[in-house]
Write a protein that binds this ligand. Sequence first.
Ligand SMILES: Cc1cc2nc3c(=O)[nH]c(=O)nc-3n(C[C@H](O)[C@H](O)[C@H](O)COP(=O)(O)O)c2cc1C
Length: 242
Amino acid sequence: MHLSPPTTTQDERPLGRDPLLAASAVRELDPANVAPRALYGLLTSIVVPRPIAWVSSVGPNGVANVAPHSYFTVLAHQPPMLGFVSVGIKDTLRNVERTGEYVINVAGEDLADRVNPSAANFPPEESEFAWAGLTAEPSRRVSAPAVAEAPVSMEMRLIEIKPIGDCFLVIGEVVHLRLAEAVMRGDRVAPDLLRAIGRLAGSTYTRTADLFELQRPTYAGLLTERAGNAGARDAAGPPRRG
Ligand SMILES: Cc1cc2nc3c(=O)[nH]c(=O)nc-3n(C[C@H](O)[C@H](O)[C@H](O)COP(=O)(O)O)c2cc1C
């Protein structure tokens, strides 16, 4: 690791930083001076939790492949597009490029011990499905199979593979959704039923069991609330001392 040791730079710190942080040591880093492996470890420990695209695809000899990718997000709704990133060139990337089709499956925590083995560096002729005890289910609209055990599978058609730095961003359109009723509430997948797992740094994962709600405010609502608080403070009078 080439990270510089913690330094206390209280005087140089920008104004407005949280006073709790200002009181403690802070590490200031120029990414250009951080070794690539350390930078990878750092970024993947900061951008957390990451959802996991469990990507299934078909290899050159018809071998079904599945591998987790946690550099994964929604990119657009109309048309529905998702993106995942291959860190370097891997079987999944090769298969997606060759066939133009793949499936993004989402696993609940009950499947965590099957997601993990599918990340091993299997040779292309070896199917992760068999090793992880998974069933390759034929898809409706793409040649790649879905993971039958996964509660959510999204059939994807490749739009673009965009090289970015030392990685490859795979952009695809969702052409079919297969959703287990067991994870649905109304028109949505319910997080408490899906119980998706997320990746943190290294071999640490998180559950999505501890949920809480916050209603998104409007600006007008916030102004009203602030006026209400100020009114309440005025009514209470000056703070008592002693
Ligand atoms: C939870 C988890 C998330 C991962 N995320 C990514 C990722 O976003 N991109 C990537 O290239 N590899 C990622 N990996 C590593 C790949 O799954 C691993 O290299 C796998 O062997 C690739 O399989 P393939 O060669 O069949 O495509 C991840 C591994 C785990 C366990």
